[in-house]
Design a protein around this ligand. Sequence first.
Ligand SMILES: O=C(O)CCC(=O)C(=O)O
Length: 294
Amino acid sequence: MPVTTTPTRPDFYTSNGLKIPFTPQYFEELKPADLSNKEDLVARYKKDGYVFLKSFLNRESVFDLREQYMRQFDNKIFKEGSSPREGIFSGQLQYKPSEHGLPHHPAAQFVKNSKFIAFTHNPRLTAIAELLMEGADVVQLKRKPLRHFYKGTNVSSRAHSDYTYLNDGTDNVLTLWIPLGDIPMETGGLLYLKGSNNLDLTMLRETVNENGEQPADSRPISGDLKEISDVTGLPWLYTDFEAGDIMLHDPFIVHASLDCNTDAMRLSTDVRFADINGRIDARWLDDWRGDDGY
Ligand SMILES: O=C(O)CCC(=O)C(=O)O
């Protein structure tokens, strides 16, 4: 069982190195849903664009997978006296963050590993996706990104909505975000912009870009989470994720991650389901690679 303590919060967090103050204006705590109340789950998903389920998966099975992944790396990346299962960073990188998921990188191999495939095909994951997609027959998309972030790199997921990346097919798609280990806020917790499932993203993009940022990749909205919150007046929903927790979200809600600032490395995957009767975006039919450009 995880040891739950009340964390001491800093004055601010960072995402991609940019500060966002930890105040009620910018942050609101995410509330878990009750798995036994199926009607409420479906209603919440429709209204809020997400459902948060605590301890949905077996904690040790999550750490088993974490260990399998971490064992592919040289011992030098692990802090002396720690185990690959814990995944505690020594401060010495084996691969640059920009190499993540390239064909020679362990992440690109791992998404084809039978243990990863078995984990992501857990029938309970399919069943909860089917429930929230209101009984649709669903297919799991083969492309399942694996994210691995380290302390001190200031690399995290910029604010985006999933449909931007899946827009050549049905929008009846659901994402399951699975932390592969404990991911409290300071390890790079995922954040959801409250109510952004109903937001006009075109306007938001224009406003944010007018305020200065002209990124090379136009798909993410911005790395500046404070600015997004200032522009929309919406707070970011947060929690300290524990191994076994899952998030389910629709393709429109805006989400982003904080920087990893702990020795514990931040590992997660995204598993997506689409309505089998819709057109499936062909870019998502093959294994994820860090350089596939999608
Ligand atoms: O794990 C993360 O940081 C977010 C991943 C994500 O949102 C995505 O792949 O769409």
